[in-house]
Unconditional design. Structure first.
Length: 59
């Protein structure tokens, strides 16, 4: 039961690193804004994967 969320978190961290290795535009915005955007993108990746896998399981 704990395995699937853990695997999805690891996958979302991989997506996060892939996106930000290609695009470094957030560094010029300041530390607070940059950190907030990084946290938001990671949260969206994880939440999106949870929704996708939840809806896929329903069908």
């Amino acid at each position: 039961m704990i395995i699937k969320p853990t695997v999805l978190l690891i996958i979302s961290i991989g997506i996060y690193y892939a996106v930000f290795s290609l695009w470094d535009e957030f560094d010029g915005l300041g530390l607070f804004v940059s950190t907030a955007l990084h946290i938001g993108v990671l949260g969206l990746c994880y939440g999106g994967l949870l929704v996708v896998f939840h809806l896929a399981r329903r069908r």
